[in-house]
Write a protein that binds this ligand. Structure first.
Ligand SMILES: Cc1cc2nc3c(=O)[nH]c(=O)nc-3n(C[C@H](O)[C@H](O)[C@H](O)COP(=O)(O)OP(=O)(O)OC[C@H]3O[C@@H](n4cnc5c(N)ncnc54)[C@H](O)[C@@H]3O)c2cc1C
Length: 594
């Protein structure tokens, strides 16, 4: 049976031993984020996710959302869970105290999001989208918009959406047709159809704030002519409460492969009243500044799913009796041994675990960079953190969501036929994980972002924020023989990444199709090195803690790290080969021959 217990020990290892998260308490505004507080928040968050959200995951999937005459109902239990969630202030953990949030680090929210998404991804999309709307308004809204709407989002009584996609435009937002006509009172009339809008309509909140991309009448063609508007479902009254209905309606919900309890809506805007957020024609800029956190959030969905799939598979592998260990019976008194004795089952479990634990370390580290980039008093340190965050965001989004899907798939495989049938809940993870590779920019687009925007930015400055400290680490650890089994393969993979980078810089500049052809393999190679670095850093700590009360924990860390170095990291060689094969194998085949 699917099972979920928040991995608090591993989270504490990463947060406190590896990353010293308490450092964040030195940043202005985060003074309260001490280790005690962080641990207390996570313990309570874990209880909520395990006891309230996880039990609704399966029933939510079975029941799904329903639509009737413009009204969307979430599955049984979601309303109560959402009320308890917002009452507990979980949705506003890192919202500003000035608006009623708890003012805690964004990195702590990343950890909470991992637990929420592991326990119930569909549920997580509702507060997730409100968080996206909050960030967009906080960063780009006028003081008037912020003071009117942010406290409502912080209360949790109003929720948010992001309305970008239209039938003719998904990836290419330059094709947006929705229109905004200026009114005389400073507001706008928004008209158009948006599709696939997560949480566009539901019964969890009193009001829904849509952040909508649309074109002004004088807008230039394409991506440079798009503006961002705030369009509430109910227009606010003078006293701030929800007033008359605005001209926005949900005309249907999608029936889809996964996240059945997350409403995916067609939204029709018919001269709906809205307000400009940020400057005219600069809507994409506003979107881009908040995309890092949104994409990081989707990467964390992959991390949560990967972990919960591992937990389910692990529990089953200990119980299921089939065959005998190749070296002789391990469980002689029973008719067969548990399948965890078989090397291939261990390969699957360790692949899930080694990727998940490295991803957790990378996600929390980069999550901390969000806080440093926002709060550090030194502008140079802020800029460095921002660079690292921008560089790693597409890698985390794409690799972690691929990992979530791969782990979910392996989870099913560990269960055999019992994973394929619905009864044990494992197939749901495969279906739920699939969308994370698509929304918030498909994973192919993330790779193009990495290669096309992040690599060349400021003549490789972003890249140096990662390469230099990694090179320093390898130099420092070179003389430690105990670390050699980690540093040698990492140095080799890093060399491949450097070679791949040079190859793309030379060939991509000459012919952009070369860069496009190499992009996905390059992102994967980069992720392998980044995760390998996390493993080497974790191994360093674990090596020093092989005795004592928690020896078993640290021995398991080392063993899992060794698996990563020997069975996963070598994939870097194949990725480099694929990059260097160039575009010819992809572009040679005539279109008509497909
Ligand atoms: C369940 C669900 C929830 C969603 N939630 C939201 C939401 O809340 N708000 C919102 O606005 N949207 C939302 N979306 C939309 C989602 O973000 C888009 O589906 C996604 O961005 C891809 O757009 P598309 O589906 O039109 O695919 P297309 O853009 O048509 O892409 C099709 C394929 O072509 C590839 N491709 C496209 N252009 C290029 C290129 N230039 N180079 C290389 N490859 C390319 C893509 O990678 C993809 O593989 C949601 C979608 C779903 C299914």
């Amino acid at each position: 049976m699917a099972t979920y217990e928040a991995p608090l020990r591993d989270m504490a290892f990463v947060l406190h031993e590896l990353l010293d998260m308490e450092q964040l308490a030195k940043l202005p505004g985060y003074e309260e984020a001490t280790r005690d507080l962080i641990d207390a928040v996570l313990e309570e968050g874990a209880k909520f996710c395990e006891n309230e959200l996880f039990p609704l995951n399966r029933s939510g999937d079975e029941e799904g959302c329903t639509y009737e005459n413009g009204v969307v109902r979430t599955p049984k239990g979601f309303k109560e869970a959402y009320a308890a969630f917002t009452e507990g202030g979980w949705h506003a953990l890192s919202f500003d105290t000035a608006y009623g949030g708890q003012g805690l680090p964004k990195a702590l929210n990343v950890v909470l999001e991992e637990m929420i998404c592991a326990a119930n991804l569909s549920f997580g999309t509702y507060p997730g989208l409100s968080g996206g709307a909050y960030n967009a308004l906080e960063l780009h809204g006028s003081e008037e918009l912020k003071s009117r709407y942010l406290p409502k989002l912080a209360e949790g009584t109003w929720s948010g959406t992001m309305c970008l996609t239209e039938p003719q435009c998904g990836t290419d937002l330059g094709l947006i047709r929705s229109k905004a006509e200026p009114g005389e009172d400073g507001s706008y009339k928004i008209t158009g159809t948006k599709i696939f809008i997560t949480a566009g309509e539901h019964d969890l909140a009193e009001n829904i704030l849509h952040l909508v991309l649309a074109r002004l009448p004088d807008a230039p063609e394409g991506i440079k002519g798009i503006s961002l508007f705030l369009v509430p479902k109910f227009l606010p009254k003078e006293n701030g409460s929800a007033g008359p209905r605005n001209g926005v309606q949900c005309s249907g919900i999608e029936h889809k492969m996964g996240i059945a309890a997350s409403s995916t809506c067609v939204m029709n805007f018919d001269e709906a009243t809205g307000w400009l957020v940020g400057e005219p024609h600069r809507g994409m800029r506003a979107m881009f500044t908040m995309m890092n956190t949104a994409r990081l959030g989707v990467g964390v969905q992959g991390l949560g799913l990967s972990d919960v799939a591992y937990q389910g598979a692990c529990a089953y592998a200990r119980e299921r009796l089939q065959g005998r260990a190749l070296t002789g019976a391990k469980n002689a008194q029973a008719a067969a041994d548990p399948i965890i004795v078989h090397p291939d089952v261990r390969r699957m479990l360790l692949t899930m675990r080694a990727n998940t634990e490295a991803a957790r370390a990378l996600a929390y580290w980069i999550g901390m960079q969000v806080d440093v980039s926002l709060k550090h008093p030194d502008a140079e340190v802020r800029a460095e953190a921002e660079d690292l965050l921008a560089l790693m965001t597409p890698i985390i989004k794409a690799r972690f969501t691929d990992m979530g899907f791969e782990s979910a798939n392996l989870g099913v495989q560990v269960y055999g036929g019992h994973g394929y049938i619905r009864e044990h809940g494992m197939e749901q993870y495969v279906r739920d994980a699939r969308i994370t590779q698509i929304y918030e920019g498909t994973n192919g687009i993330q790779a193009l972002d990495l290669v096309g925007r992040k690599l060349p930015a400021h003549t490789g400055r972003m890249l140096r924020r990662f390469f230099h400290p990694l090179a320093d680490f390898l130099e420092e650890e070179k003389s430690d023989p105990a670390m050699a089994e980690f540093t040698k393969p990492l140095a080799k993979a890093f060399g491949r990444l450097q070679e791949g980078t040079t190859w793309i810089a030379q060939n991509g500049l000459r012919d952009p199709e070369e860069a496009g052809a190499a992009a996905v393999d390059y992102l994967r190679l980069f992720a392998l090195v980044a995760m390998g670095w996390m493993w080497a850093r974790m191994a360093k700590l674990a090596l020093a803690r092989q005795d004592g009360d928690e020896a078993a924990f640290y021995k398991a860390k080392l063993a899992t790290g060794r698996f990563f170095m020997t069975r996963i990291l070598p994939e870097s060689a194949a990725r480099l080969e694929a990059i260097k094969a160039g575009k010819a194998p992809l572009m040679e085949l005539a279109e008509a021959a497909f």
